[in-house]
Design a protein around this ligand. Structure first.
Ligand code: NAI
Ligand code: MG
Length: 330
């Protein structure tokens, strides 16, 4: 039986996640869902952003759908970001962020790329200190993390019949960390016979290429912070944050998550776009549950819905209208 741990979170999370769950329920008969808490509201209620029960349920079900959480802008004693905690504690060591063109909402057609972001270390180890007036942040790059990231890259490359795999780094300035990242990832890709597809870019050049020639980009494999920034930049081509899905992925567990945050500016208005959450559910189907045919059906349904929107409706369509339209086409 397919099981799903549902973690709506804060803000628009509880508005878009139930839509994606109903879509999954229609596609996967007998899907068993279990709801769990996490986030800022949860912290205020229970004193922890990720209760033990939530982590336990996610590990038991092996698959989760996460909405978004709010984070305080300043340090709050005892608070740690729920999504960072879940990524660490469930060992979700890679983040898949596909970006493709969609009818009407994309500023350019025929973009189809995916960013693979290392999800467990880099600057996100969050080790900062003050030393005589200087703020210092540590960046950890380990060979083991690069190897497992590169192995996932091989899987994804075969899955999407990749035509190009670009390793993105900044080894010219940081030869030790950036160099270890580049060399380790490239070695694994070479050993897997993918060398003919592989090239590399410095992160600044990769950013320019994503803007100037997005159609030439296929797969980007990069470290945690670079992946965070480049994937948000790339999401411009799919129509913005309301359209951008992601999958946190480990060996046994996956947690689907729209790239957007809790969007407090529109929460409660009924206008949150649920497509990022729906497409995140499609990533669970495609990569984790290995049901690519169902994922394809869902992508097609979203494509049809977007094609049929009139330009006058774009941007004013409600969460409920999009849900109805997608469910109708499944
Ligand atoms: P955000 O992604 O929440 O919102 C940025 C802009 O995009 C806003 O104008 C918002 O209305 C719009 N937007 C986002 N998702 C949308 C959707 N589905 N449909 C329509 N419009 C959408 O980022 P922001 O404003 O920087 O952060 C708000 C809160 O979210 C903060 O507390 C932040 O820490 C948190 N956050 C959480 C993330 C997560 O849970 N993974 C990721 C990013 C931010
Ligand atoms: Mg981000």
């Amino acid at each position: 039986m397919t099981k799903l741990c549902v973690i709506p979170g804060d803000g628009i999370g509880p508005e878009v996640v139930p839509v994606a769950v109903r879509v999954l329920e229609k596609l996967v008969p007998g899907l068993k869902t279990i709801e769990a808490e996490a986030g800022w509201t949860c912290f205020q209620r229970h004193g922890t952003a990720v209760p033990e029960r939530t982590l336990k349920l996610l590990l038991e079900t092996g698959a989760g759908l996460f909405g978004a959480v709010s984070s305080p802008a300043r340090k709050v004693e005892g608070y740690r970001s729920a999504i960072l905690t879940l990524r660490q504690d469930a060992d979700l060591y890679v983040n898949l962020r596909p970006v493709r063109s969609w009818p009407q909402v994309s500023p350019q057609q025929d973009v189809d790329l995916i960013v693979l972001r290392e999800n467990s270390e880099g600057l996100y180890v969050g080790i900062e200190r003050m030393d005589a007036g200087t703020a210092i942040a540590e960046c950890h790059i380990s060979e083991a993390a690069c190897v497992r990231l590169a192995r996932k890259a091989c899987l994804v490359a075969r899955h999407r019949s990749a035509r190009r795999i670009t390793v993105v780094h900044k080894a010219n300035v940081l030869p030790l960390t950036g160099g270890l990242f580049r060399d380790t990832v490239r070695t694994v890709l070479r050993d897997e016979g993918l060398d003919p597809l592989v090239d590399e870019r410095l992160v600044d050049v990769a950013a320019l290429e994503l803007v100037a020639a997005p159609r030439s980009v296929d797969m980007l494999v990069t470290s945690n912070l670079f992946g965070d920034i480049l994937s948000d930049l790339a999401s411009h081509w799919c129509g913005g944050l309301g359209m951008a899905p992601s999958l946190n992925w480990g060996d046994r567990v996956a947690l689907a998550e729209p790239v957007h945050g809790s969007a407090p500016d529109i929460a409660g208005s009924g206008r949150a776009n649920p497509i990022a959450a729906i497409l995140s559910a499609a990533l669970l189907l495609r990569y984790h549950w290995r049901m690519p045919e169902l994922a394809g059906r869902l992508d097609t349904a979203v494509e049809e819905v977007l094609r049929e929107l009139t330009l006058a409706n774009l941007g004013t369509t409600t969460t409920a209208e999009i849900e109805r339209a997608v469910l109708q086409r499944l």
